[in-house]
Design a binder for this molecule. Structure first.
Ligand SMILES: Cc1cc2nc3c(=O)[nH]c(=O)nc-3n(C[C@H](O)[C@H](O)[C@H](O)COP(=O)(O)O)c2cc1C
Length: 323
């Protein structure tokens, strides 16, 4: 059921990807969450931003103990082509065959480096132009991510971005941003996507390593409790509003110097290291429709089951109109 070009490309049962989930002090999508998603028939993606090679290799080994299903890793080409090649070699030697790429330096030939190691590459893009560019460079599929998403964001909504990307490229398109249940899944397929990537929904799961009070914050939040801030990484990122994002806003409005901003960011990181519950957690606008803490498996099963019900309902509506 729901066999698309994505199932075939990635060797997965359902066309559902758990987007990479980095964290301020440690990745949220670690081996536990990734293996649960992959065991449930989706594709789990390990976040490895800022992790040492030995830590990454340990986490990959841990995934392999927990699942024999396909999984992927997320990378960002941020330092230099040389460093990026070294990192990719480590991943390739560890047997990684699927990589999604997040925001990085466009001057680093990330896709060709990954492809040279026989890795399937799915870059995350925020515009149709970026999608065309990564297709030309050899990407196997693209993840079109709208501005309602959690984490790094562009300016275009998922509803308008996905069909534009679908029209612009030949490779499979995965929809991301604002999807949290079967309604979003069916809508994404209707827009021409061959599958979905979800982030925020998987942050608030039983298996995610985030402390319960932070998961509860996401479940209690409304869509307008999120904000796009440069505080976390220097690039626009959607996260839950916090006293720190408000302070950051004020600093920027009064034209604080780069040094003041850097010191503020350091202070925030220190506070978060002392007490993880102070973290400004990345979350998308979809948080407004998430109410319960579920297991990754239940989320995937419910999407597939309810998508069938939605589609039969739509078929009925169509035949009613034909009467
Ligand atoms: C807490 C959090 C951390 C994220 N970290 C990363 C990351 O390290 N790399 C990446 O490419 N995307 C990252 N993302 C984006 C997700 O992989 C995914 O594309 C996005 O969350 C989809 O939108 P949604 O949150 O509306 O489901 C992150 C998202 C969240 C919520």
């Amino acid at each position: 059921m729901f066999h698309t070009s994505l199932n075939k490309l990635l060797g997965i049962r359902y066309p559902i990807i758990q987007g990479a989930l980095g964290g301020s002090t440690r990745p949220v999508s670690d081996a536990t969450l990734v293996s649960c998603v992959s065991n449930a028939g989706g594709l789990g993606i390990l976040a490895i931003w800022n992790q040492s090679n030995s830590r990454i290799l340990k986490e990959i080994d841990r995934v392999r103990v927990l699942t024999d299903k396909p999984f992927g890793v997320n990378v960002a080409a941020i330092h230099s082509s040389y460093d990026f090649s070294k990192k990719v070699k480590v991943l390739a030697e560890a047997g990684i065959r699927i990589v999604t790429t997040g925001r990085g330096d466009p001057n680093i030939p990330a896709i060709s480096i990954l492809k040279d190691h026989g890795i399937k590459v799915l870059p995350v893009v925020a515009t149709a132009r970026q999608a065309m560019s990564v297709e030309k460079k050899g990407a196997d599929a693209v993840v079109a991510s709208g501005c309602e998403a959690g984490g790094h964001v562009g300016m275009i909504t998922t509803l308008t971005l996905v069909p534009q990307v679908v029209d612009a490229v030949e490779i499979p398109v995965v929809a991301a941003g604002g999807i949290g249940d079967a309604r979003g899944f069916v809508a994404a397929l209707a827009l021409g996507a061959c599958g979905i990537q979800m982030g925020t929904r998987f942050v608030a799961t039983r298996e995610s390593i985030l402390p319960l009070p932070l998961k509860e914050k996401i479940l209690r939040a409304s869509a307008d409790d999120t904000v796009v801030t440069t505080m976390r990484t220097g690039w626009p990122t959607r996260a839950l509003k916090s006293r720190f994002t408000e302070e950051w806003d004020k600093l920027n409005k009064r034209g604080a110097s780069p040094r003041e901003l850097r010191d503020f960011r350091r202070m925030v990181l220190k506070k978060v290291r002392e007490d993880i519950e102070e973290d400004t957690i990345g979350a998308g606008q979809v948080c407004g429709m998430l109410n319960d803490l579920k297991s990754a498996k239940d989320i995937i099963c419910e999407i597939i089951e309810s998508a069938c019900t939605i589609i039969s309902g739509l078929e009925k509506t169509k035949s009613n109109n034909e009467l």
